[in-house]
Design a protein around this ligand. Structure first.
Ligand SMILES: Nc1ncnc2c1ncn2[C@@H]1O[C@H](COP(=O)(O)OP(=O)(O)OP(=O)(O)O)[C@@H](O)[C@H]1O
Ligand SMILES: [Mg+2]
Length: 393
């Protein structure tokens, strides 16, 4: 139906309309007839026409007047018009009022061949322009598609460049972070060797040996930590992060981790408040690592002020582990991004660290079906809160 071409025929005499209908009868043409200009105008509002055949002499609105109205409306301005006139050929060309748009004339008595061929010319024109419009729409769609692909490509390229840049930064950070403790240890070894070569055994007092061992252990720990972090990152990136849940007492776990920290950082007061019997199905070592990361941050960035660890229930079936410090806090606009890889705040750039702790912690917590968030206002410390379902789904 939408492929049929609409033709408007206007004549005040029904027998003329019938004659034209018979003449133009064709499966591809949809003929609409009107016996007055007014009736024709209302049809023009309803349909889109390929051509209008207008009788010139009609009582009331003449064909020319109707044509002027058709030209006056933006909707029908370009509708081709063929006037059907009884006047002789010279007079009929006196029609003025519009210069633009296709106009033609047919003279009575109508010659069947001329009528048909004129109508065919206009309907073919109409079909061609309809086809052109359709192609234009398709072209525009193809162009939009192409633009979308181009945008996607640019996006991917930007992602790739970001990833490459991240890799380079990562490599240089890793080398730096590993070289520092290794350098310290290498120097220590040389010094000890020199003392030994000189036979300076008095230098190796019990206390001094103990201090050396403690220091070595710290350097080894930090390097091991770094290598483990890198392994975890690689597992996360390859979707290979696995957790081994087993019944775990969160209060016990926190007590253990806090005790370890107290042994290392005697200068900072650590406060632990645990609710008894918070037992869930968790991977003990992963959750311990989350707490280690949060505590390291609180101690590293908390300006040496007291740090508090809380263990309790947030809700029925949800455990809560929180680490609160009294440091500089984290501006709201940074509270999201610090959980991403390599994101560090300018204020802490001088402290050691790679910006991996929170990212890894978040991944571990999420692997347990839990959630980690920070509550903080600048200058008012930070509270990192971990919510863990007692049984991961
Ligand atoms: N308690 C805190 N107070 C203030 N800023 C913090 C705190 N915890 C984290 N941040 C900020 O968030 C950044 C990211 O922390 P994250 O633990 O992910 O990495 P990092 O501590 O820099 O390095 P890594 O943990 O890999 O050794 C930190 O560099 C710091 O700027
Ligand atoms: Mg950290």
């Amino acid at each position: 139906m939408s492929d049929a071409v609409n033709i408007l025929i206007v004549d005040d005499l029904p027998e003329n309309l019938l004659a034209l209908q018979a003449l133009l009868h064709d499966d591809h043409l949809m003929l609409h007839t009107a016996t007055s200009g007014e009736a024709a105008l209302s049809l023009l509002l309803e349909h889109e026409f390929a051509l209008a055949l207008l009788d010139v002499q009609m009582p009331g609105m003449s064909g020319f007047e109707l044509a002027e109205l058709i030209r006056g409306s933006s909707r029908t301005r370009h509708l081709p018009i063929v006037f059907v006139s009884a006047a002789d050929r010279d007079q009929s060309h006196t029609f003025r009022g519009y210069e633009n748009g296709a106009v033609d004339f047919l003279y009575k008595p109508l010659d069947a061949h001329t009528v048909k061929s004129k109508v065919r010319v206009f309907t073919e024109l109409h079909c061609k322009s309809r086809e052109l419009r359709r192609q234009l729409v398709e072209l525009e769609a193809a162009r939009a598609d192409q633009q979308r692909l181009l945008d996607e490509l640019q996006h991917t390229q930007a992602d790739l460049q970001r990833a490459l840049k991240m890799r380079d930064e990562f490599m240089s950070m890793v080398t730096h972070e590993l070289r520092t403790p290794l350098g310290v240890m290498a120097l220590e070894v040389i010094m000890r060797q020199q003392r030994l070569d000189k036979g300076d055994l008095g230098w190796f007092s019990r206390e001094r040996l103990q201090a050396m061992l403690d220091k070595d252990a710290r350097q080894v720990r930090s390097m091991t930590r770094l290598i483990e972090d890198m392994l975890d990152i690689s597992r996360i990136q390859h979707g290979m992060l696995s957790i081994r849940p087993q019944p775990t007492d969160l209060g016990e776990l926190a007590r253990r981790v806090v005790a370890d920290f107290e042994a290392q950082y005697q200068q900072v007061p650590l406060q632990l408040a645990t609710q008894a019997g918070i037992v869930g199905h968790w991977d003990d070592s992963r959750i311990a690592q989350v707490l280690v990361n949060l505590l390291s941050n609180a101690l590293r960035y908390g300006q040496g002020r007291p740090v508090r660890v809380d263990v309790g229930l947030a809700d029925a079936g949800i455990a809560r582990l929180a680490v609160t410090d009294q440091g500089p806090g984290i501006p709201p606009q940074d509270q999201q991004r610090i959980f991403e890889q390599f994101q560090r705040l300018p204020t802490s750039a001088r402290a050691p660290g790679m910006g991996l702790g929170l990212f890894i912690s978040q991944q571990f917590v999420q692997a347990h079906g839990g959630h980690i968030a920070v509550h903080s206002a600048p200058g008012e410390g930070a509270c990192f809160e971990v919510l863990l379902p007692l049984t991961p789904a």
